[in-house]
Design a protein around this ligand. Structure first.
Ligand code: FAD
Length: 337
């Protein structure tokens, strides 16, 4: 386990055989992933009976250890893990009574809502949260209520479900304690490091990829990003950091785009093509994703539907960016027309 990383890339780690030791790295790739938001972080009132699991813990118990966490289940949170566990628990013989979601939209992929809930007749209650957990030794029932636009439960809208299990799937938190310790600039939106086109942070030779950088919807994108971080770290070791000597262009999210990864690009040293990933802040229908180089629009693509649960991307190519030697910012935004 890595305990500390210094800005000059000394990694302090420990294991059972060697105890505590240090490694002087030439480059470091941060890939610590995420942890699940716990019940403590959610402020749900009530006792602390058995039967409350994070969806990831339940997934491990069912898929890897062969135990059923319970028979009658309520799920709070409609991110992909919550949706997938609704289906898994159903296939394993449990009754999933409802999936409650605080937001007015699901945090998961559309295909997971269809394949994991609709196909099994499991209701999804949007704008709902758990307001009470019954049971002292074991969960005996859950009360959910509708919430207003500030996320506050509305009195009189309570619905009670008898159940023995509550699965919490309420988001992932990037594991960035080490990153902050190094002094890396962080995004307040993703809670991950701010990186350039090489996935390099503001600390020279320290790269980041995967869920520690921003929460991904699919592991396939994590793998792509990880491969790129690996190649870039090797390039850094062999060639040094060429990008600092070249022009840096900011990538700015606007009008519905919450963030982008990366946040800067050095056109002269970028690969022929690069992918900018982002998420939108609400559900948008029939909107266009537009890319501007300073004031000039160079991309305008219609999307039937975009939702916060699905990562979006645009491709930028070096040839185009190099045609704008005075370029100061690339803006990615949503437009109605
Ligand atoms: C419960 C759950 C279910 C999921 N199901 C799916 C699915 O069905 N399909 C899908 O496509 N995606 C799924 N995902 C998403 C997918 O798992 C992630 O996108 C992917 O694993 C992220 O990869 P990563 O390498 O960034 O992080 P991780 O896979 O989380 O790897 C991070 C690793 O870093 C280690 N680590 C952290 N801190 C330290 C430290 N200080 N020292 C040493 N090691 C450390 C961790 O122990 C961990 O092994 C799921 C995610 C979760 C949480």
């Amino acid at each position: 386990m890595v305990m500390d990383i210094s800005a000059d890339k000394v990694v302090t780690a420990m294991n059972r055989t060697d105890g505590m030791f240090e490694v002087q790295a030439k480059a470091v790739i941060l890939a610590m992933g995420c942890r699940e938001r716990s019940r403590g972080a959610l402020n749900i009132p009530g006792y602390r009976p058995a039967g409350i699991f994070s969806a990831g813990t339940a997934q491990r118990l069912v898929n890897m250890e062969g135990y059923m966490p319970g028979r009658e289940v309520v799920i709070l949170g409609s991110g992909d893990i919550g949706l997938i566990m609704a289906r898994r628990m159903t296939l394993e013989g449990a009754k999933v009574k409802v999936v409650a979601e605080l937001m007015p939209y699901s945090g998961g992929l559309k295909r997971n809502i269809v394949q994991c809930l609709d196909d099994f007749g499991i209701p999804l209650k949007l704008s709902h949260t758990v307001v009470d957990i019954e049971g002292k030794e074991r969960v005996e029932g859950i009360t959910i209520a509708k919430v207003d636009d500030k996320g506050k439960p509305i009195p009189g809208t309570e619905e009670h479900y008898t159940c023995d299990t509550l699965l919490l799937s309420c988001g992932l938190i990037p594991e960035n304690e080490l990153s902050r310790g190094i002094g890396i600039d962080m995004s307040p939106v993703t809670s991950g490091p701010l990186v350039n086109e090489s996935l390099q942070t503001n600390v020279e030779g320290i790269f980041a990829c995967g869920n520690v950088l921003h929460v991904h919807d699919l592991v396939d994108f994590v793998s792509e990003e990880a491969a790129a971080a690996g190649k870039n770290a090797v390039k850094y070791i062999n060639d040094g950091m060429k990008s600092v000597e070249t022009k840096e262009v900011k990538i700015v999210p606007e009008s519905g785009v919450r963030y982008t990864v990366p946040v800067t690009v050095h056109p002269e040293v970028m690969n022929d093509e690069m992918i900018v990933r982002f998420r939108v802040g609400a559900v948008y229908q029939n909107h266009y994703v537009a890319v501007y180089l300073d004031g000039e629009r160079i991309q305008h693509k219609k999307r039937q539907i975009m939702a916060p649960g699905e990562m979006e991307q645009v491709k930028l190519d070096k040839e185009t960016l190099m045609k704008y030697p005075n370029l100061s910012k690339i803006t990615i935004k949503l437009e109605e027309e």
